[in-house]
Design a protein around this ligand. Structure first.
Ligand SMILES: N[C@@H](CCC(=O)N[C@@H](CS)C(=O)NCC(=O)O)C(=O)O
Length: 210
């Protein structure tokens, strides 16, 4: 398998965590987003979404991180990312999809560039935008974790939820989002970052990290 990603892209980080948790071997071919390599004809011919991650696997170029992760879990059923219990699976998806669908979209690089270049917003205004949309989803996620009384992980071991949460917390810290009122997420983050799978997937461990 070959992963086309970018070291600091949260969706690439998300997919690396999934690959690592499932113990799957993969090569990397970095795509430099700062040089707009994702929009090169040679890349969009393979991935019309013009973004990362893309996973070359079983003779196909696969886009969209959540679809890729679901495919990996079905294709390689060992080390499942979702619990066996249907209600627990629901909870993991409820929280993971909230982050993947509602939080990621307004914070994507083209959105931030549009705010800056087309609408002329300052970096301070963009940072405020970023923190606003982080809170809109991270506050209810934290409340749900408190209701559930979670420990080091959502359930017994890290899975889909942690795969999606950890990259978003990495971004939240980059934008100085205040996590002091989010003890459940912070505890889960600390427990995950202590594990080799998450350390190998971390942006700083990637071949294209500066
Ligand atoms: N829904 C997509 C989103 C992918 C995405 O937003 N990728 C970003 C990096 S995190 C990207 O490639 N941005 C560059 C661009 O859109 O020009 C997924 O989950 O894979």
């Amino acid at each position: 398998m070959k992963l086309y990603g970018y070291w600091r892209s949260s969706t690439s980080y998300r997919l690396r965590i999934a690959l690592e948790l499932k113990g799957l071997a993969y090569e990397q071919d970095p795509v430099n987003l700062l040089e707009s390599a994702q929009r090169a004809d040679s890349f969009t011919a393979r991935n019309p979404f013009a973004g990362v991650p893309m996973l070359e696997a079983d003779g196909r170029d696969r886009a969209q991180s959540m679809a890729i992760i679901a495919w990996l879990d079905e294709r390689y059923p060992d080390a499942p990312l979702l619990p066996a219990d249907i209600e627990k699976r629901f909870t993991a998806r409820e929280l993971a999809y909230a982050i993947a669908t509602e939080l990621h979209a307004p914070l994507n690089l083209p959105v931030l560039k549009y705010l800056k270049n087309e609408l002329g917003h300052s970096q301070d205004e963009i940072d405020t935008w970023y923190r606003h949309w982080l809170a809109k989803t991270l506050v209810p996620v934290e409340r749900r974790l408190a209701q559930l009384g979670t420990g080091d992980f959502l359930f017994d071991a890290p899975g889909l939820f942690e795969t999606v949460l950890i990259p978003q917390l990495y971004n939240a810290r980059r934008f100085d989002y205040d996590l002091s009122a989010s003890p459940h997420m912070v505890r889960i983050e600390q427990a995950c970052l202590a594990l080799p799978a998450f350390q190998r997937a971390h942006p700083d461990s990637q071949p294209d990290a500066p």
